[in-house]
Design a protein around this ligand. Structure first.
Ligand code: COA
Length: 163
């Protein structure tokens, strides 16, 4: 059976999110782990990939302002990686943003995080820069977006449009 057939994506309300922390513990370390746990508690939308009644992955989504979506964190439990679950979560996120009439989506990944960049590239995301974002949104707005996305040195910003 393929991941597509056996995985369901569901909304996770705030009161149930603590049950997903173990996936973050398997996926991040140090500051990222701490920050991802805080974001899991507070962010507007968390979607989880469920397989045989158990969560196997999650994505945290946010709207950054008019027309712009942000994939804050995406993580798949170690035992379930490379089976297409990250891709299902990302495709679901893109459908969600499209249904909310957003026009572009950003994500930031660590420069050397090959699996993550491969996942986003497989869904049409390409690298962008502060210069490009400023050109489109103006430098003040771009600065605010970068702040909200918490893009830090050593990370690259990825972008794709939604059509
Ligand atoms: C990044 C992550 C979510 C990918 O999830 P996944 O379920 O293993 O990814 P998928 O199986 O859906 O693969 C999606 C694409 O990425 C590629 N990919 C996945 N893992 C890869 C790896 N280790 N090396 C190279 N490519 C990889 C796949 O080949 C696939 O590309 P294709 O469609 O062109 O074949 C997972 O590795 C993870 O949880 N990592 C730790 C957390 C993290 O770094 N999150 C991202 C930053 S927020």
């Amino acid at each position: 059976m393929t991941a597509q057939e056996e995985v369901a994506i569901v909304d996770v309300p705030k009161r149930k999110r603590a049950g997903l922390e173990w996936i973050l513990e398997e996926s991040f370390e140090g500051w990222y782990l701490m920050h991802s746990k805080r974001t899991l508690r507070d962010i507007e939308l968390v979607r989880a990939a469920m397989s045989t009644g158990k969560a196997v992955g999650l994505v945290m989504l946010k709207t950054l302002g008019k027309g712009v979506g942000y994939v804050y964190y995406i993580a798949v439990a170690k035992a379930n990686r490379k089976r297409g679950i990250g891709k299902i979560l990302l495709e679901d996120a893109l459908r969600h943003f499209k249904a909310s009439s957003l026009e572009e989506v950003f994500a930031s990944v660590e420069e050397d995080n090959e699996p993550s960049e491969a996942l986003f590239a497989s869904e049409g995301f390409t690298r962008t820069s502060f210069g490009e974002v400023s050109k489109k949104h103006g430098s003040l707005h771009a600065l605010n977006m970068y702040r909200e996305m918490l893009v830090v040195p050593g990370e690259v910003l990825l972008r794709r449009t939604i059509t």
